[in-house]
Design a protein around this ligand. Structure first.
Ligand code: DAH
Length: 344
């Protein structure tokens, strides 16, 4: 039996050493160490031996079984590492392969301009008006009457304004100026706000005109506000938006809701003031309308014009974007042609 045990140890050790896979070790365990394995069958026969031999052979069998367990454990650790490495090698991912290119979305150029202008005026102490004060579906009363338009003003004509069937005198607003009225009805001075939004006009679409476009309205009302404040703020805006090298001029104009009124021109960005097609030979481009808030408008909203004064301004977002980037057709903003949009 001693020889048999020594043979088991020799054979099993050899098999363990030769094992290539973890499964081979499992087989060794099964053949030699399991309940039906060779070692156990020897242990079962111990009962037939003398006490003396029982002790010797029993302890030898335990020694062999412990030794084999240890050999299997260390070999199995070794094989586990080998198999893991093989697996990792087989499943390696090549991270240098180029991936699919996913095009990124962009902010629409008109939204970019609005964001830029809002930021400039925020830097000058203005805040953005709550949107509930500037609805696109508006009453004639707010859009015109409260802004001191006389009842027969041509701007109210069907040719300029979209009337609705919702109710008589409900229109799509033709300008953002009505937002001034709603703001002043809801806030006592000091008021210092801007309000970007869409406006609508019933006109035939061309390279220069669309019947939907965007304006940014501005309003500042406080004590002791003068035309000098208007000039200071608007000059600063044009300087930041177009760059400080570009001269501006204030030209007398007329709007029903401001007195005096002025339009602001910037030196033509195409010809630098020499005169070209873009500026119709004048050397100047009109960029916004403005003026001191008319006393009648202040009275209409219950603000005493003897105590308060203010100025207002309005600018076209499409026009400002077209001037900055030399775009010659307003319809490009609305066609959603990706070749145009991705340039911004
Ligand atoms: N609402 C005018 C327009 O659509 C623009 C404008 C001019 C707005 C003068 C103003 C202003 O606030 O003071 O043509």
């Amino acid at each position: 039996m001693k020889e048999k045990l020594e043979l088991i140890l020799k054979n099993a050790t050899q098999e363990i050493n030769n094992a290539k896979l973890l499964q081979d070790l499992e087989n060794v365990k099964l053949n030699y160490l399991s309940r039906k394995g060779e070692l156990n069958s020897i242990k079962k026969n111990l009962k037939d031996l003398s006490d003396e031999d029982k002790r010797i052979i029993g302890s030898l069998a335990n020694k062999v079984s412990n030794e084999l367990e240890e050999l299997i454990a260390s070999k199995s650790e070794e094989l586990y590492k080998v198999e893991l490495n093989q697996k990792l090698n087989k499943e390696r991912i090549d991270i240098t392969l180029p991936s699919d290119v996913r095009p990124q979305g962009k902010v629409h150029p008109l939204t970019q301009t609005i964001n830029e202008i809002v930021e400039i005026f925020q830097g000058l102490g203005f805040s953005v008006m709550p949107s509930e004060y500037s609805p696109e579906v508006e009453t004639e009363y707010i859009n015109f009457d409260m802004l001191n338009f006389p009842p027969d003003h041509p701007a109210k004509d069907m040719q300029d304004t979209f009337y609705t069937k919702v109710a008589p005198n409900v229109i799509l607003r033709s300008q953002t100026s009505g937002a001034q009225i709603r703001q002043m009805l809801n806030q006592t001075p000091p008021v210092r706000v801007i309000s970007p939004g869409r406006v609508y006009r019933c006109e035939s679409v061309s390279a220069r005109k669309n019947n939907l476009f965007h304006q940014i309205e501005g309003l500042l009302v406080d004590k002791d506000i003068t035309f000098a404040d208007l000039k200071g703020i608007l000059n600063e805006f044009v300087r930041i938006y177009f760059g400080s090298a570009r001269p501006t001029r204030f030209r007398a104009s007329y709007f029903p809701f401001t007195e005096p009124s002025a339009e602001v021109d910037v030196q033509c960005i195409m010809c630098g003031g020499k005169g070209c097609r873009t500026c119709s030979g004048t050397g100047w481009l009109e960029v916004l309308g403005s003026g001191m808030v008319h006393a009648n408008v202040l009275k209409n909203v219950g603000i005493d014009p003897e105590i308060y004064s203010g100025f207002a301004f309005g600018m076209g977002v499409e026009r400002l974007t077209m001037l900055k980037y030399a775009i010659n057709d307003i319809r490009l903003f609305f066609n959603n042609d990706i070749r145009f949009l991705k340039q911004f």
